[in-house]
Every structure is written in C-alpha cells, then in structure tokens.
Design a protein around this ligand. Structure first.
Ligand SMILES: [Fe+2]
Ligand SMILES: [Fe+2]
Length: 285
C-alpha cells in the first residue's frame, strides 16, 4: 500500500502522464466541454436510463423530510441513518461540480481537450452529479443538485484564480477526502439497503464509476506536485476535511469526525479502487 500523501517519483510522473491520458481516452472517449459529455461514457448512462431501478414498497427516505433538510445548512435532530446517507450523498459532489462550472465559465480553455487530462477530469465531475442523482433515485429520492455552502463557494472561487501550484495542494486534499467519503458512504449503503439487492446493486455500479474516476484524479494532482507540496497537502489535509465536514454535517452525524479523518489520513486510494477492473493502475516500469 502507498499513501497518496507520499510524493510521486519523477520517473513515475512521466510514465503516469502518458498512461493516464491513454486510459482516459479509452474510458471516456472524446470530451465535449460545451455539452459536458463524453461519447463513450454516455453508453453507460444510456444503459442506466434504459433500466430504471425502482424501490419496492415504502422508500427508506421520506421525500418531504429530504427536501426540507437538503435546503438546510444543518440537518434536523433525530434523522435516521438512511435520510442522513441520502443527504450526505446529495451534498458530497457539490463543491467539485461548483468548481468545474465556475472554472469553465472563468478559467482558460484548452485548445485540444482530448490532449488535456484536466479537461477529462472536469467532464467526469459533471457526470458525478448525474451519478449521485441516479444513486438516490434507486432508493426513491428525487434530487436536483444545488450549490455548496458559502464557505465552499468562496474557497472554490478563490482556487480558480490561485496559481496552479497552490490550488493543486488544496485539490489533492479534496480529492483524497472524496475517496475516503465515497468509500464510507458505499459501506454504509451496504448496511442500510441490503434488503433490496437490485437497488443496492445499482448504487454499487454507480459508486464504482465515481471511485474509479476519483482515484485517477488523486494521482493526476500528485503528478503535478513537488514532494514539498505533497507533504504540505498531508499537513493541511485535516483542515480541508474540517471545512468540507462543516459544509456537509451529515457526514459527521453518520460516521463521526475521527473515522473520516483516519480514513482520509490513510489515503490508500489504490486499495479503495482495487475491487474495480476498470480502475487506473499506476505503471511501475
Ligand atoms: Fe467527483
Ligand atoms: Fe474528483
């Protein structure tokens, strides 16, 4: 196991870049930044749309309770775990999505997106919103992604205008936090929704897409950072996690702060993605 908070060797960096771009092209196809879609990736979603999974009987989460709490910064007291899970899942990708939309509107655009891993990553993040909407649909919850809380909005906007080296340190922390949180949410889904294997299988398939993407994002950001900056990311990781947990208090209510911070500090992203055959594997030689 290697922690993602360990620097990448220079030889690994150059091998990574070529391998990752080839991997992205095979996985996603041609990125279309305007439509925010990939031709190959669309096929997966066409299958999902053609085979909707409907929760049988009374859904585990009340739509009215979900809607009311989704608008709130802090959840009402006494919510059950399934409702907290739905709220946390709905809120986890808001920061990333907001960042992508803001940077596409205000940042620079590559002339050839198919030669730029970052363009792929931006479109993948847009898909994550759709994935989380589909995951919630499997338990009978309808959701439209909203903007993150004000602290996250300010931070994300600031990051778009920071030098890449500075924002990449924060992005690395955010991506590693994301992997830890998606892993915890998936484990919780297995506990909560085991009674309906079809719904759980749908959630598994959708989360697998996110986990595989996010692990690639982690290595991409690592490949851009000097050893000093990766070590800086490890030191400020808990601060970034603290900010994200403030914005998504449902995470702390579900898992507790200690468990989230420990999973993030382990940063063993390759093990988190190990069950998935379509994951990106760092070339060794
Ligand atoms: Fe994401
Ligand atoms: Fe990401």
């Amino acid at each position: 196991m290697q922690s993602a908070f360990e620097p990448m060797q220079p030889s690994q960096k150059s091998r990574f870049r070529e391998a990752y771009l080839n991997y992205l092209r095979a996985r996603d196809g041609q990125p279309d930044l305007r439509a925010r879609r990939f031709d190959i990736r669309e096929r997966f979603f066409a299958q999902i749309d053609a085979n909707p999974v409907v929760w049988e009987g009374r859904p585990p989460v009340d739509q009215g309770v979900f809607d009311r709490n989704y608008r709130r910064a802090k959840p009402e007291a006494g919510l059950d775990e399934a409702t907290l899970w739905a709220l946390a899942t709905a809120k986890t990708n808001r920061g990333e999505r907001y960042g992508v939309e803001y940077s596409l509107a205000h940042g620079e655009h590559p002339t050839d997106p198919s030669a730029d891993p970052h363009a792929f990553i931006q479109v993948e993040e847009v898909y994550h919103t759709r994935i989380l909407e589909d995951a919630l649909a499997a338990i009978g919850v309808k959701m439209k992604v909203s903007d993150p809380g004000v602290a996250t909005r300010v931070l994300v906007r600031g990051m778009v205008h920071m030098p890449d080296q500075v924002s990449d340190v924060l992005v690395l922390c955010g991506e590693i936090f994301g992997v830890a949180v998606f892993a915890l949410l998936l484990e919780k889904a297995r506990e909560l929704f085991a009674s309906q294997p079809r719904a759980l299988a749908r959630i598994e398939a959708l989360f697998a897409q996110i986990m595989v993407d996010e692990v690639g994002h982690v290595h991409f950001v690592r490949s851009r950072l000097s050893p000093e900056l990766v070590r800086l990311a490890r030191r400020i990781g808990p601060l970034v996690a603290w900010g994200a947990m403030r914005d998504i208090p449902e995470l702390e209510a579900l898992f507790g702060r200690k468990k989230i911070l420990e999973r993030m500090a382990r940063a063993d992203v390759d093990s988190e993605a190990a069950p998935y055959a379509d994951r990106f594997v760092l070339p060794t030689a």
